[in-house]
Design a protein around this ligand. Structure first.
Ligand code: BES
Ligand code: MN
Ligand code: ZN
Length: 490
């Protein structure tokens, strides 16, 4: 989809579908202008449809004319309460209403009401991401037409620079969505490594893949325990983005990469929705999606390391037993009292490896705990960090991206729950506060001198019904936050 500005007024705009955002109280004035352009008695028709411009309301009209032949009016609520996310939601609603049309989609929103400089970018992202549809696994996808061009009407030319990041960022989000949605017989540790290789090849990144024997040499006993019951070989992926010119900051992104999580001998039963556990590589999808975006945006001054310990958690005669004691790469011994708490075992070795790269900050993303879903639902990820500046930087980046995040406590006394009779640690504590003990477990593998943040995306990785600009299914959560956070440091 081509995206550009249309800085002139509505009168001179020609296109196929016109989406207009309407504020409560401001209707009469605006409708007069619109009637001039589109004909008809809009006020009457909107009354009939009980449209009052509340946020989330939508009214669509097929017009007896072309250019435009469809008019969509979306409600934005009260002007004083308008936030960037309302524009995103309205843009997504309007864009979805245009499905079936082709040609040019024009979008006219009350840009002047918001002081946010990035409204153009937010709206453009919302349009592209809400029109995305994944048909890779259909034998005969239904034909579907969508507009091929988006024009943002009434914004000054100066807003154009904001739009440069839109396509690279959205391509990253779409890559993440596709990886997460891929079934586990198609997306394996090896195919995830292939995706990384393709990114490296196409976008000039550096790639190192550690095989099982390399990992064994490095003493990654926690990671290797998780995959010892799988027929598929693990792949430890390390991608690097190096900027042109001097490097001022070195960052490491670590993503949980379980291409399937059966639970192991602590098998996922009952309501655990084992069939959804293809999304257990959502953290790795987010960091690879961010890598794709960064490689195209090429921010200056920041070097970024992307690290994924990819594998499957399966059962066979050599699978790890509940009760096994293993040793992680930093020497810590772990009693695996629950084989379903496997993500933290793979992350333990990945985080030790990340620390060895001596970065200025480490951020990990993981579909780590059901407890985080219980605490925050599916619109907010949990954020843990002992570093104020890092936590603030990530929160700001997420806020600007329109991705929900909520700071959670690293309450150190809860570490008692991870005490083991024989080993240094157990991998699972008591059920209450389960997402906090998981974060505390990870912290044991971080070099204290390196600022570190953990983001639990167990709830946000997937949307059962779809919401805002996310279709139902994989959301691609995290990519936009990471891209903002990295670019803010360049
Ligand atoms: N991948 C799951 C976490 C998960 C559960 C993500 C539900 C999304 C939805 C993780 O590996 C897991 O199984 N965690 C256990 C930990 C428990 C055994 C301490 C959980 O949350 O139940
Ligand atoms: Mn698990
Ligand atoms: Zn898992």
């Amino acid at each position: 989809m081509e995206i550009c500005l249309f800085p002139a007024t509505l009168n001179s705009w020609t296109g196929d579908v016109l989406v207009v955002g309407m504020l409560e109280g401001d209707m009469e004035e605006r409708l007069k202008d619109l009637e001039k352009r589109c004909g008809g008695s809009l006020e009457q028709s909107l009354k009939q449809k009980m449209f009052t411009a509340k946020s989330g309301e939508i009214a669509s009209f097929q017009l007896l004319q072309s250019n435009p032949s469809q008019l969509v009016i979306v409600g934005l609520g009260e002007a004083q309460k308008l936030i960037l996310d309302d524009l995103r939601k309205a843009a997504a609603l309007g864009a979805r209403a245009s499905i079936g049309s082709s040609g040019t989609l024009g979008m006219m929103l009350p840009w002047e009401t918001l002081t946010s400089p990035s409204a153009a970018k937010a709206v453009a992202e919302a349009v592209r991401l809400s029109l995305y549809k994944d048909v890779r696994f259909r034998s005969a996808p239904k034909p579907r037409s969508t507009p091929t061009k988006l024009e943002l009407i009434g914004l000054p030319d100066s807003a154009g620079s904001d739009l440069q990041a839109v396509h690279p960022t959205c391509a990253g989000v779409e890559l993440a969505r596709e990886l997460v949605a891929s079934p586990p017989n198609s997306l394996t540790p090896a195919s995830l490594a292939d995706t990384a290789a393709q990114l490296a090849h196409e976008h000039g990144l550096e790639l190192k893949v550690l095989e099982r024997s390399d990992c064994a040499e490095r003493g990654m006993g926690a990671y290797l325990a998780v995959c010892q019951g799988s027929d598929l070989d693990p792949k430890f992926i390390h991608l690097t983005y190096r900027p042109q010119g001097p490097v001022k900051r070195r960052l490491a992104l670590v993503g949980k990469g379980l291409t399937f999580d059966s639970g192991g001998y602590n098998l996922k039963v009952g309501t655990a929705q084992i069939e959804l556990m293809k999304f257990d590589m959502g953290g790795s999808a987010a960091v690879l999606g961010a890598a794709r975006a960064i490689a195209e945006l090429r921010p200056k001054g920041v070097e970024v390391h992307i690290i994924v310990a990819a594998c499957e958690n399966m059962i066979n005669g050599s699978a790890v037993h509940p009760g096994d004691i293993v040793r992680a790469a930093n020497g810590t011994t772990i009693e695996i009292n629950n084989t379903d708490a496997e993500g933290r075992l793979t992350l333990a070795d990945a985080l030790v490896y990340a620390c060895e790269q001596e970065p200025d900050a480490i951020v990990d993303l993981a579909t780590l705990t059901g407890a985080c879903v219980i605490a925050l639902g599916d619109e907010m990820a949990g954020l843990w960090s002992a570093d104020e500046q890092l936590a603030q930087g990530l929160s700001t980046a997420a806020e600007a991206a329109g991705e929900g995040i909520w700071r959670m406590p690293l309450r150190s006394s809860y570490k008692d729950g991870l005490k083991s009779l024989h080993a240094d640690l157990k991998n699972t504590g008591p059920r209450p506060g389960g997402s906090i003990t998981a974060a505390l477990f990870l912290k044991e593998f971080i070099d204290d001198s390196i600022p570190w943040a953990h983001i639990d995306i167990a709830g946000t990785v997937w949307s059962e019904k779809g919401r805002g600009l996310d279709p139902s299914g994989a959301t691609g959560y995290g990519v936009r936050t990471l891209v903002n956070w990295i670019c803010n440091q360049s």
